[in-house]
Design a protein around this ligand. Sequence first.
Ligand SMILES: C[S@@+](CC[C@H](N)C(=O)[O-])C[C@H]1O[C@@H](n2cnc3c(N)ncnc32)[C@H](O)[C@@H]1O
Length: 341
Amino acid sequence: MSNESSTAPDRDSGLRTIADEYRLFAGHQAKGHSPLYEELSLAVATDERLLALLRALPPIKRQPNLLLAVARHLGAPLDPHGFPSWVVTRWDRVSSLMLSRLTQTNESARCATLLPLLAALPQPLALIEVGASAGLCLYPDRYRYRYDHDDVWGAAGSPVTLPCRTTGPVPVPRRLPEVVRRAGVDLNPLDPSDPEDAGWLESLVWPEQTERLERLRGALEVARSEPAHVIRGDLNEAVSRLVAQAPEGSTPVVFHSAVLAYLSPEARLRFARTVRDLPCRWISNEAPGVLPGLLDLLPEPVPSDRAAFVLALDERPVAFTGPHGERLDWFAGAEPARSAG
Ligand SMILES: C[S@@+](CC[C@H](N)C(=O)[O-])C[C@H]1O[C@@H](n2cnc3c(N)ncnc32)[C@H](O)[C@@H]1O
């Protein structure tokens, strides 16, 4: 996308670039996960009218995930023949929603990967999630868990059960963490009680992922019954204040997953410097290389056969995780909370 030239725009190569992005999405992301999205993005890649409309949007707003979620949100037919013309004829509505919405997928299942660290810290916890979206990861004590084929355990009566496959010596906890504060910050917090926001989060779930949709609905119910304090703002501006608000006697835990990639390298460094100096614990769960420095500390190579995040406590990597919380691959010798205190 960086081939956009302001001095000599080349229409054809611009369209080709967008078509390539949609083809890449079809072949690398949707394939094997969503046959429908695979077909729809291939259909977009060959529709010159739609590619030209997409080209008029800022590059960040042309992403396949955003177009597909917006079109579904507005009721587009999910067949590759009708989809492109449906979008083209309703472009005003589609483009205005693409401009106003962000892909803010909120995945409560990531709590299954955070739980071993959270449970090992001195209790009770004051949770501070930066880049919280609707805050659905702020309820690790309100969900139920199933690690591999073990029994389901966790919060009795919870509408959410999080399955997680593991390898390595995962310190699967025997108790839920005790949470005395749920706080967070997001550039655009989504309100679990707002039907528009909840509907948008549902549109971000890919069509065939019915289990994920069920989980999302359950997690929204949990969040509605016990609202978290999620403020609007930039994480770099807000994090110190949120840590300072942690109740006395609690362990403040700043955490984030699938967030720092949205920041510039400078903003990530600034965040790292700030959190390092705060009186808090720090759990990061981000794609490899997003937090500089962690790559050098990995005891194993980054998996090449699947997408993986790096889970770290206070900048010490402890595991690779599935990007949606579906697996946890613990490193030999990694202790959950070695530097507690
Ligand atoms: C992919 S979502 C992940 C949400 C949640 N952490 C989870 O794991 O489900 C990324 C979120 O980060 C937020 N975000 C991105 N940059 C941010 C910033 N500089 N300050 C605060 N929030 C930010 C976005 O608005 C979005 O809601």
